[in-house]
Design a protein around this ligand. Structure first.
Ligand SMILES: [Zn+2]
Length: 91
């Protein structure tokens, strides 16, 4: 039985495991949590606000994206960017 609860910030429905209660006692999904907190310090640090927004937007289009997947996605994007840079340098 998966009880669905709506996120008070974005209004989308998620499984409870995907939601957190924030200080005001409101439900907050992982995406909004990241958006609000700007990512916890021990987590993914080297990420620009613009990139984060982009990721959140992408995540919003595919709601059941877990934080783990998000991290993997970011890592992959970073690697791709890095290899693109390396290619340019080798020219
Ligand atoms: Zn939300």
């Amino acid at each position: 039985m998966n009880k669905k609860t709506s996120c008070d910030a974005c209004g989308l429905y998620f499984n409870e495991v995907y939601l957190h209660k924030n200080k005001g006692g409101k439900n907050c999904c992982n995406d909004c949590q990241l958006k609000i907190s700007g990512i916890s310090p021990s987590d993914i640090r080297p990420i620009s606000k613009r990139k984060l927004d982009k990721v959140i937007k992408a995540a919003a289009r595919t709601p059941p994206l877990k934080l783990k997947d998000l991290k993997a996605k970011l890592k992959k994007e970073r690697e791709e960017k890095q290899s693109a840079k390396n290619r340019n340098n080798s020219k």
